[in-house]
Design a protein around this ligand. Structure first.
Ligand SMILES: [Zn+2]
Ligand SMILES: [Zn+2]
Length: 212
């Protein structure tokens, strides 16, 4: 069965294809991104806790986030380091949750690129080929859809990264005294976060306890 990561990815590309064909207006692409982004982000989080091998297509993580992004295997390593070094400068997410809220939002908008640049020197040849694959995919989408790709896909994606990473990283982890907290979001967030995501957010402190 396809993971939610791939289902969300294919849904975004399917809507993008329909916009390109003129069947849907381009803003439908931004709407589907906004609706699916949090679910996609939570599915990536769950997948980073998966112990087996990812299918190749998922390992390549083909939801294009930027010209520079790491794959799922590298995300798993980064997230394991987050669990191991929570609340210290050795935590790869430290940069995002130790800053003041304004700086944190700005940094969160560029989460994929910052992660890529920081991890670049450790990337294996296989991880590098995955990064090249995503770069090629990015270039193809840019060449094919042009300004529509920038306006309806890339700009909303930046904003979504800023909002989602700020909520999931800064708001959950910035309280140094408690290290991590549970975030009690109202059920009205369910349509965009999904049941699983809402549960995970509400029990984030427990999630850290279990993983230690
Ligand atoms: Zn985790
Ligand atoms: Zn955490």
């Amino acid at each position: 069965m396809l993971s939610s990561n791939l289902v969300c990815t294919f849904a975004v590309y399917a809507v993008g294809g329909l916009c390109y064909a003129g069947i849907l207006p381009w803003f439908a692409l931004s709407c589907v991104l906004a609706l699916l982004f949090s679910r996609w982000a939570f599915s990536i989080h769950s997948r980073t806790h998966f112990k087996g091998h990812y299918p190749l297509i998922e390992e390549l993580m083909p939801l294009v986030m930027s010209p520079l992004s790491v794959g799922l295997n590298e995300q798993r390593q980064v997230h394991q380091r987050h669990h191991a070094a929570l609340g210290s400068p050795n935590d790869p997410d430290w940069l995002f949750y130790s800053a003041n809220p304004f700086t944190a939002v700005l940094l969160c908008c560029f989460h994929p690129e910052i992660t890529f640049c920081r991890e670049f020197k450790w990337l294996s040849p296989r991880a590098l080929s995955g990064a090249v694959f995503r770069l090629v995919l990015f270039t193809v989408l840019l060449l094919v859809a042009g300004n529509n790709f920038l306006l309806w896909y890339l700009c909303p994606l930046r904003i979504l990264f800023g909002i989602a990473q700020f909520i999931f990283t800064w708001m959950l982890h910035h309280r140094h005294d408690k290290r991590t907290i549970d975030l009690h979001l109202s059920p009205c967030f369910m349509p965009i976060i999904g049941t699983v995501g809402l549960k995970e957010l509400r029990a984030h402190a427990a999630h850290h306890r279990v993983c230690h």
